[in-house]
Design a protein around this ligand. Structure first.
Ligand code: TYD
Length: 240
């Protein structure tokens, strides 16, 4: 884990696995139990510039695989420089809906560029920022596709074989680096998936239950409020 005061957690998985819902639910819970600032963001499109890139890459003209990889990398570079890194440095917990592993899974696994090159491009774009924890919500892409509604975007239209390779790439990366990744079966009911996500993320972040102020006498008459402690003190906590 890095030594910055904050934490960085990414969510990955195919289309329709429920990442957006689970990122939001985990963010609300982490804020409630730790009192920390929690920043929930996403790629592509976590910044105003990123929203324009998102429109171009997902809904624009067809493009070759390298152009696509560069647009996602440009979005990521700007997102990290302006949102993610400043938040981690001020002690926030940053949760992102997709990060660099999506590029490796979609542009390398799916579009069949080299995994090493696509990963190196993202590491260059982000000055080597890797998440403390990456949650893979794993689901058969056929089941994920059936959960989607509305007009499919360029990536969703890429076909079953493409999405099968994408899933395989995520699973292979997770198996190769179990210290960073947790894999959660996203075919279970929503509440069960979220419960598993909380347990796994809390364990990885060394989140331990702790009383807010064990010597505060008011806690003897008021209901005892339980807070959870994160291993790394945020600036904000130091000032309290
Ligand atoms: P997402 O925001 O999950 O889509 P939606 O809002 O429709 O749920 O992801 C956008 C699409 O971009 C998704 O199909 C995956 C793809 N993608 C890549 O191909 N490479 C990347 O680096 C990223 C971040 C996303």
């Amino acid at each position: 884990m890095s030594s910055a005061p904050g934490y960085f957690v990414s969510f990955e998985g195919g289309d329709g696995v429920g990442k957006t819902t689970h990122v939001r639910l985990l963010g609300d819970w982490l804020h409630e139990v730790t009192g920390r600032e929690v920043v929930v963001t996403r790629e592509p499109g976590g910044t105003p510039l990123g929203l324009e890139l998102r429109r171009l890459v997902m809904h624009g003209d067809d493009m070759d695989a390298r152009s696509e990889a560069l647009l996602y990398a440009a979005d990521r570079a700007h997102h990290v420089a302006t949102v993610v890194r400043p938040a981690i440095e001020r002690g926030a917990v940053v949760l992102t809906d997709r990060y660099l592993d999506s590029s490796v899974a979609y542009q390398a696994g799916g579009r069949e560029l080299s995994e090493e090159e696509v990963e190196a491009l993202s590491l260059w774009a982000t000055r080597d920022l890797l998440p403390d924890v990456t949650v893979l919500l794993d689901l058969d892409p056929v089941v994920g596709a059936a959960r989607l509604s509305g007009e499919p975007d360029r990536l969703e239209r890429a076909g079953d074989e493409f999405h099968r390779r994408t899933r395989e790439t995520f699973l292979r990366r997770a198996a190769a680096d179990p210290e960073r990744w947790v894999v959660v079966d996203a075919s279970a009911p929503l509440d069960d998936v979220q419960a598993q996500v909380r347990v796994d993320v809390a364990a990885r972040l060394d989140l331990t239950p702790a009383l807010v102020d064990p010597v505060d006498v008011s806690s003897l008459v008021e209901p005892v409020e339980t807070r959870w402690r994160l291993a790394r003190p945020a600036d904000e906590e130091g000032r309290e």
